[in-house]
Design a protein around this ligand. Structure first.
Ligand code: PLP
Length: 374
């Protein structure tokens, strides 16, 4: 198979796809495909229960957090989060950290549901340690965030998939003068790539289609005290309290997507869990960034300490070579390297299912291309 660097939906482990193929028409002697089973029957209930238990184990999710499987993607969560959380303390306020495309979308959508303020933004150019960085290529330091102490929550995007900015040093909210404000993180594009410190967050959500499985299921991990406060306008199927009470079966869940996600969780356990995959992810990202840093032919724009391990945007100094680069890459089995249209250039997404060998193959192609045209 070629190496797939898509930002999402993205590569899944081959073992998972092969297992799903073997089980496609007859899951574990049931005589049925998972697609054909009642979601309330014993087979699917077992699949759901194992998926929840494996995910809880992988991320050490504390017992006072619910793990929910929902639909609508992270985009729907941009509305579902405020509808569920903004009413929790009567003030109707929420604050947002803006660090790129995805957090901006979350912020815009939330404005429909209450008094929404910007806690911090990297939307302007900045000078950091004497170097210049353009908009959305750095992350505002928590000491600069302005969080209202009566905000219902503070939202940030942990990994900006388009800009390639990752922020994981989540602050202790008490240190920011807002001890009662829970942090809500859109973790879509680095979910399961590294551990999560649940003492620092009230809620994490992620569309599955990067590290966790196919599109169609959204994972929501939410602290117990944050649910049960949905606005009256919140659709019943999107009220976390309803979804939690029904074990993610308030209505028919995306059964096949949950099943595949469950296989991915088991694969991750076989790899040694999240700490082991994080070590792989560090090794992969370091290899690519150190190659890029040493080159005068390729350029990266993101501030070093917040460079994403998952999504590596880079540019050819001579962008007239972009089409040739992509054509030659594809001929070598290096797929989906084109950058997002809003950023241009290239983007290599190094999710969990891309092994170190895939990154080595990319780097050796890039070296050869540089020799040819540099
Ligand atoms: N948030 C982030 C960080 C993303 O990368 C994406 C999609 O790529 C989304 C939100 C939107 O997800 P969805 O398309 O599943 O709604």
């Amino acid at each position: 198979r070629p190496w797939n660097f898509s930002a999402g939906p993205s590569a899944l482990p081959l073992e998972v796809l092969e297992q799903a193929a073997r089980e496609m028409t007859n899951w574990h002697g049931s005589g049925m495909s998972v697609m054909e089973m009642s979601h309330r029957g014993k087979h699917f209930t077992q699949i759901r229960d194992e998926a929840v238990a494996d995910l809880r184990e992988l991320l050490s999710v504390p017992e006072n957090f619910h793990i929910l499987f929902m639909q609508g993607g992270a985009t729907a969560e941009n509305a579902i989060v405020p509808m569920n959380l903004i009413g929790r303390n009567g003030a109707g306020k929420a604050d947002y950290v803006l660090s790129g495309s995805w957090s901006n979308k979350s912020y815009k959508e939330a404005q429909r549901y209450g008094d929404i303020a910007v806690a911090a933004s990297s939307g302007a150019a900045a000078e950091i340690d004497g170097a210049q960085y353009g908009p959305w290529t750095w992350f505002p330091a928590p000491e600069t965030w302005r969080v209202r102490s009566d905000a219902a929550y503070l939202h940030l995007c942990g990994n900006e998939t388009i800009g390639g900015v990752e922020f994981t040093d989540w602050p202790d909210m008490a240190g920011l003068g807002a001890p009662d404000v829970p942090l809500v993180v859109d973790a879509s594009s680095h979910f399961l790539s590294r551990p999560i410190d649940f003492t620092r967050v009230g809620m994490v959500y992620a569309g599955a289609q990067k590290n966790a499985g196919p599109a169609g299921v959204t994972v929501v991990i939410v602290r117990d005290d944050l649910i049960g406060h949905a606005l009256p306008i919140c659709p019943s199927a999107f009220d976390y309290a309803n979804v939690a009470a029904a074990g993610s079966m308030f209505n028919t869940p995306p059964t096949y997507a949950i099943y595949i996600a469950g296989l991915v969780f088991k694969w991750l356990k076989r790899q040694g869990g999240v700490a082991a995959i994080e070590a792989q992810n560090i090794r992969k990202a370091e290899a690519l960034y150190s190659f890029l840093d040493a080159s005068n032919f390729y350029i990266t724009a993101v501030h070093g300490p917040v460079r994403s391990r998952m999504n590596v945007p880079f540019f050819l100094k001579d962008d007239a070579l972009n089409a040739e680069f992509l054509a030659q890459a594809e001929a070598r089995g290096l797929m989906q390297l084109k950058g997002h249209k809003s950023v241009g250039g290239m983007r290599a997404s190094l999710y969990n299912a891309v092994p170190f060998e895939g990154v080595q193959a990319l780097i050796s192609f890039m070296q050869e291309f540089e020799r040819q045209y540099g």
